[in-house]
Design a protein around this ligand. Structure first.
Ligand SMILES: [Mn+2]
Length: 421
């Protein structure tokens, strides 16, 4: 029996905090070492390998060294782009690693008679046939699925793997409803395994004539929300899949990133002084030594200001008591006396997406692709790209040019600009 490992949403380089940075690279090394130890035949990474298209070179260096060891053990690494490691224009780190022979991109397609035709990459050792669709600008890859030549993919003989980086409408958990999804009917049938990415929640699904559909979830954590779920006990890791002509086994391999401690407190009905005291009492009883601590404070204070709760003090005390890292979430905290701000969500990405969606309708835009849902998706992507700072040694001019070019590409303005030149 042959076996392969399936990972997704590794998000290397996501963290600024040195403790999380260190854990992130350790988890990555551990996962790849585990693949060597388990003697898998190859590894599939379904996108968001890196957190950004052009990550810091230190992170790339660490990852490349580890991947070389895995390659030397005879294990090839097949990848697609995720929404994060895709660069709107220009070259992504994935392209460089592909050129260097460290990873192999398995997305090869051409447009023929208005249809997207995908080619397969055959793994030389096992004969498994791999193909897939990368993420583009967030969500916009769903258009590709609409014009996908599914018939030729379904006819292909052999054990086939379809890698993708999108939510599937039927399998997306309700709390992730703001993510644009692709209906399962737009996927080609008759693949043995559908290697998913993008959904940061582990899930295994089966459907007649579609085989096994798996989302491994993040290997470590890409966002603060992931730190929160891990601290609450969600297991992280990857899948090992056994196959011959068909799937024989699907096993989750846990990679434990850290011990977590989670504290949640709803302040509703209390004034700021009472709330602060109760939070302190609660935290005093929490075992935080050597742990990643997540503190989530929400609800509406009946009196006083939210700033009466001293969060920097809470953080400092927890670190003094031996916490490895403290993640504070108070996006859902408001005060009745100062309630001009309404709570839109308890997570930054949810808040951003709601604000953009709500306001997209209020704008008069002549360009259809900039209005409605597509408009808010483009705005989300624009926000993500503009959040990136300049790279080390990058001049201000080059940085501004890069931001400008990416923005023009995301807004889909390239053609009209060229036309006026
Ligand atoms: Mn991701």
């Amino acid at each position: 029996m042959s076996r392969f490992a399936h990972m997704a949403d590794i998000h290397l380089g996501a963290h600024r905090d040195p403790v999380l940075q260190h854990l992130e690279l350790e988890v990555f090394s551990e996962a790849f070492d585990k693949c060597v130890e388990l003697k898998v035949d190859f590894i599939v990474v379904s996108g968001d390998f890196f957190h950004v298209g052009i990550p810091d070179l230190g992170v790339v260096n660490h990852a490349t060294r580890k991947m070389r060891q895995v390659l030397q053990a005879g294990i090839p690494i097949y990848v697609i782009y995720g929404s994060h490691d895709y660069t709107p224009n220009g070259t992504s780190v994935i392209d460089i690693l592909d050129s260097a022979g460290i990873v192999t991109k398995i997305v090869n397609w051409k447009l023929e008679d208005g249809k997207i035709r995908l080619r397969f990459t055959t793994d030389p050792k096992t004969g498994a046939k791999l193909t897939g669709i990368s993420a583009r600008k967030i969500g916009l890859e769903s258009k590709y699925y609409e014009v996908l030549d599914r018939e030729s993919l379904e006819k292909e003989e052999g054990f086939k793997i379809f890698a993708f980086h999108s939510g599937i409408t039927e399998f997306t958990p309700p709390q992730l409803s703001m993510i644009e999804t692709v209906p399962i009917s737009n996927f080609p049938k008759e693949f043995g395994y559908y290697a998913g990415g993008h959904i940061h929640q582990r899930g295994e699904f089966s459907l007649p004539s579609y085989g096994k559909v798996v989302f491994p979830g993040p290997l470590f954590t890409g966002y603060g929300k992931d730190v929160e779920t891990t601290a609450r006990g969600e297991k992280r890791g990857f899948y090992v899949v056994g196959f011959e002509d068909k799937i024989r086994s699907v096993d989750f391999v846990e990679i434990k990133a850290f011990d977590g401690a989670y504290f949640e407190f709803d302040v509703s009905g209390r004034n700021s002084m009472d709330a602060a005291r109760e939070i302190q009492l609660g935290l005093d009883q929490l075992d935080v030594n050597g742990k990643v601590v997540v503190v989530k404070i929400r609800g509406e204070l009946s009196g006083g200001k939210t700033s009466d709760i001293n969060f920097s003090n809470i953080r400092a005390t927890l670190l003094e008591r031996g916490a490895l890292y403290v993640y504070l979430n108070r996006h859902g905290l408001v005060s009745k006396e100062f309630s001009a701000v309404k709570v839109l969500g308890e997570d930054i990405s949810v808040i951003e997406s709601r604000v953009l969606k709500e306001n997209a309708g209020a704008l008069a835009v002549s360009n259809k692709s900039l209005s409605g849902d597509e408009g808010s998706l483009r705005a989300t992507e624009l926000l993500r790209v503009l959040k990136q700072g300049a790279k080390m040694n990058e001049s201000k001019k080059n940085y501004l040019e890069r931001m400008m070019a990416s923005s023009v590409e995301i807004l889909g303005l390239k053609k009209s600009l060229e036309a006026t030149e």
